[in-house]
Design a protein around this ligand. Structure first.
Ligand SMILES: NC(=O)c1ccc[n+]([C@@H]2O[C@H](COP(=O)([O-])OP(=O)(O)OC[C@H]3O[C@@H](n4cnc5c(N)ncnc54)[C@H](OP(=O)(O)O)[C@@H]3O)[C@@H](O)[C@H]2O)c1
Length: 279
């Protein structure tokens, strides 16, 4: 859907932007990328998004909905708990009736395409988490940019880079999965691309925004150790050997067929992230 002529995001006055999940890794990056706006940044204590917006929270001009249940394996054990946040939360964020950015995932795909996924590819999630995110996409309504991204990392929060830096300092070798391929995406680059998408008045709908390049988790671990100067080797294992609860797609590389803003290569994201971490 194209924007109407009376666009609430381009009124001439300072935009009021509500960010949910503001303490998450992406939420924190969005707070930085949208610092020029009139921000209302809420963590879970400010608004538990599985509930309707708190009384007294006025409708903003734009919602950036970064709050989510992101424990992929945990969702297998409590799919309804995950859905309350990933589906109910999106519906609550959409209830303001203003333009909204919701975030979805490469895990809506099953990985069997054997090539990069574009926006028009049919989703077929393998995991409970992926199903909740797909249902969340459907709950976003007509005034939403649905941004699918993948393998997020940043200087804060729980992510693969921070885990590898910790393990690499403790061990001589780590075992890392080598049969899943994706696009490790730096949250700072994703937040900047979201800013561009919104400011370019891109049509609402699905957008794939993921880092350039692709790799396996084992390749990514190796790059982290190399760039951070950590002396730790990577033993390449299979997903079956790791035995995680939730199945993940073998290949969930995301690309855009719609001219989405391009993100830098994942290696550039890693360099920026490590610089922020002082690693
Ligand atoms: N991480 C990835 O690799 C990845 C990949 C693709 C897409 N995504 C999507 O990108 C978005 C951002 O992910 P992220 O990596 O930034 O996740 P994150 O670091 O786990 O942040 C999510 C935030 O949501 C908050 N939250 C959880 N339940 C909530 C609730 N009921 N009410 C309010 N806040 C709640 C969490 O707070 P607490 O810490 O208090 O729980 C956390 O601060 C999500 O939609 C995610 O599905 C992530």
């Amino acid at each position: 859907m194209e924007h109407p002529d009376t666009d609430p995001l381009h009124t001439g006055r300072r935009r009021r932007v509500l960010i949910t999940g503001a303490r998450g890794q992406l939420g924190a990056a969005l707070v930085e990328a949208f610092a020029g706006d009139d921000l209302v940044a809420l963590d879970r204590a400010g608004w538990d998004v599985s509930l309707p917006p708190p009384a007294g929270l006025d409708a903003p001009d734009l919602v950036l909905h970064a709050a989510a249940w992101t424990d992929v394996d945990g969702a297998e054990e409590d799919p309804q708990g995950a859905a309350a946040i990933n589906v109910g939360g999106v519906a609550n964020a959409a209830s303001f009736g203003v333009p909204l950015v919701v975030f979805s995932t490469d895990y809506v795909f099953d990985g069997r395409k054997g090539a990069a996924y574009v926006e028009s590819d049919a989703p077929s999630p393998l995991s409970a988490y992926g199903r909740t995110k797909l249902h969340g996409e459907a709950a976003a309504g007509e005034q939403a940019w649905i941004v699918r991204s993948s393998w997020l990392f940043g200087p804060t929060g729980h992510n693969f880079v921070r885990t590898m830096l910790r393990l690499g300092a403790e061990r001589d070798e780590v075992a890392v999965v080598d049969d899943q391929r994706g696009c490790p995406t730096y949250v700072g680059h994703l937040a900047a691309a979201v800013h561009e998408l919104v400011d370019n008045r891109a049509p609402f709908g699905l957008w794939h925004l993921a880092a350039g390049g692709d790799c396996t988790w084992a390749d990514f671990a190796l790059a982290i150790f190399e760039q951070a100067g950590i002396d730790c080797s990577v033993s390449r294992i299979t997903s079956a050997e790791l035995g995680a609860k939730a199945p993940r797609p073998d290949c969930s590389v995301l690309r855009s067929e719609k001219g989405a803003p391009e993100l830098p290569h994942w290696r550039e994201g890693l360099t920026e992230c490590l610089a922020r971490l002082g690693a």
